[in-house]
Design a protein around this ligand. Structure first.
Ligand code: HEC
Length: 511
């Protein structure tokens, strides 16, 4: 008998009506969900627990807790894969060699267990002492049809090492199910399969064994990549498409793969699944992408070859909050998990607008039969006509805190010359209200703050030839706050500056 999972709404497609129902509630960041042929749903929570849910009865139980795990911010129990025939479960989790929670003490490990019907046992370490951090640990795990394990590990913040083959971070690893290294890996004796990734939280096999991965960009350029043997995906030298001069130069020297699609502003592209069946014909042969910051499910329609994304549809935007993972069951129903209780960066407060309160959930989307009737009064979602603007609009939400700190810093460092109203002074100091320098190219503005400015410039049609001091002694955050204030005060209205952007420009100037 099928349990009555409470219906929360519907999705109306061209020809299909889909039902969304709640499968589990009361969760705390369900990080990875996997569906099994036998009608079971496996899921992890970041705090280290593994659960098994029987979709036929609706009953779920916790079957394992990773011992000694510390879960804070974005580390804890992360990727999982299940091999139902062999009854093997693979888990990736972080641990600290010495408790204390400093970055350099965090490591992670990929482990295989046997499921005895009740709990996990016979732990076998597949990869140990992997580099870890409080952020960017990845991860996802996927098993190919030919029995190889693919595992993504984030750059763990060690950006300079990502393109080094000897460093495990920022890579896709490929292993045999017993942890040995396949003989046909691109680098003999190494598990590294592909490199140049930042923080990949989505892996999915499509048609003909093609492997797709999502990757979080920094401030720009979230990506979906077609992951191939030995592929270099460019991070940190290439962000998104190979379109800037220095990216082209790098790509021509070190053969670099372009993403199939990239998003700026970023949407925090996370869990990924391939929709294989004709159960929902409108979505057949597409990648389903869970987005956290984007608070939506994206349908990425692939072409016949699977080498190209033809179009993107957005569903459920800002309806259920952040979405972390997504999985497709063999009957064509789709399961996904919310991630509203997780830690996420606070420098973009508008991300909180509309974020649901309360515990996280796992929900299901399934196609309704022709004679099934929707419940009157529940919401019916359709394809969104546009994506919410995450950087350039809606930025007023709760930004006051940022503006307050920026305003104070402005008073200390800038007011003496540019004045309390940003008007500057006749012929000597240019105004900073509605000037192209302030609201235009962000990179140029940041570089001006770091390097100072001298010589002739034109501001709002007037010439100035004075000197503006450099402020490279201020921290990334201080500069970001000042510039965010500047771009949202004195009549200016432009996107915020975040510390990561200052960091990138600072690094660029040093080269
Ligand atoms: C000692 C005086 C002085 C201080 C302090 C100062 N500036 Fe300036 N600023 C100038 C001058 C002079 C120029 C024009 C430089 C030139 O002529 O090449 C300028 C130019 C600029 C410009 C580009 C032109 C425009 O008006 O759009 C910006 C933006 C700017 N300043 C922002 C700031 C900010 C933000 C601070 C505080 C962190 C600051 N300045 C502190 C003197 C100052």
């Amino acid at each position: 008998m099928n349990p009555d999972f409470p219906v929360v709404g519907y999705i109306q497609l061209d020809n299909s009506l889909l039902e969304i129902s709640e499968i589990v509630n009361g969760l705390e960041v369900p990080w990875d969900i996997e569906t099994a042929e036998d009608g079971k749903l496996w899921f992890t929570q970041i705090n280290g627990t593994l659960h098994l849910l029987d979709l036929k009865t609706g009953r779920q139980k916790m079957i394992y807790q990773v011992p000694g795990l510390i879960a804070k911010k974005s580390y804890g129990l992360l990727g999982m894969a299940v091999h139902p025939e062999k009854k093997w479960v693979f888990l990736h989790y972080t641990f600290a060699k010495e408790q204390g929670g400093l970055d350099e003490e965090i490591f992670s490990r990929l482990e295989r267990y046997t499921f005895n019907g009740q709990t996990l046992g016979q732990a076998k370490i597949i990869l140990d002492s992997l580099p870890g951090a409080t952020y960017h640990n990845g991860s996802r795990i996927a098993i190919s049809e030919d029995g190889k394990l693919y595992f993504s590990l984030g750059d763990v913040g060690k950006v300079d090492l990502v393109l080094d083959d000897a460093f495990a971070g920022g890579k896709i690893h490929r292993l045999n199910l017993d942890g040995s290294i396949p003989e046909d890996n691109p680098i003999p004796g190494s598990s590294v399969w592909a490199k140049g990734l930042r923080n990949s939280q989505g892996l999915a096999f499509g048609k003909n064994g093609k492997l797709y991965g999502s990757d979080h960009g920094a401030i720009t350029d979230d990506e979906i990549n077609l992951l191939t043997k030995g592929g270099n995906y460019g991070w940190p030298e290439v962000h998104g498409y190979i379109d800037q001069e220095k990216e082209k130069l790098y790509a021509s020297n070190y053969s670099t793969k372009e993403p199939l699609i990239a998003w700026t502003p970023t949407i925090a592209a996370a869990g990924l699944a391939f929709y294989h069946t004709a159960q929902i014909p409108e979505w057949e042969n597409s990648l389903l992408l869970a987005t956290m910051k984007g608070m939506s499910i994206r349908i990425l329609h692939l072409d016949e070859t699977g080498n190209q994304i033809l179009s993107e549809d957005i569903f459920l935007q800002k309806s259920l909050g952040r979405i972390r993972d997504i999985a497709v069951a063999s009957d064509g129903s789709i399961y996904f998990s919310t991630s509203n209780r997780d830690w996420h960066p606070r420098f973009q407060p508008w991300m909180y607008d509309g974020l649901p309160e309360g515990p996280d959930r796992i929900l299901r989307i399934r196609k309704m039969g022709n004679n099934e009737k929707p419940i009157h009064g529940l919401p019916v979602f359709k394809k969104e006509s546009e994506a919410i603007a995450l950087m350039d609009e809606n930025w007023n939400y709760g930004i006051n805190q940022e503006l307050e700190s920026g305003a104070k810093l402005y008073n200390t460092h800038c007011l003496v010359c540019h004045g309390p109203e940003g008007k500057g002074s006749e012929d000597l100091i240019p105004p900073i209200s509605e000037t192209d320098w302030v609201v235009g190219d962000k990179g140029r503005l940041i570089r001006l703050m770091l390097a100072g400015l001298s010589g002739k410039i034109e501001v709002n049609g007037k010439q100035y030839n004075q000197e503006m001091p450099a402020f490279d002694h201020l921290t990334d955050r201080e500069l970001a706050d000042i510039l965010t204030f500047l771009r949202n005060h004195f009549g200016n209205k432009a996107s915020a500056v975040i510390p990561g952007e200052v960091y990138e420009e600072r690094k660029g100037l040093r080269k």
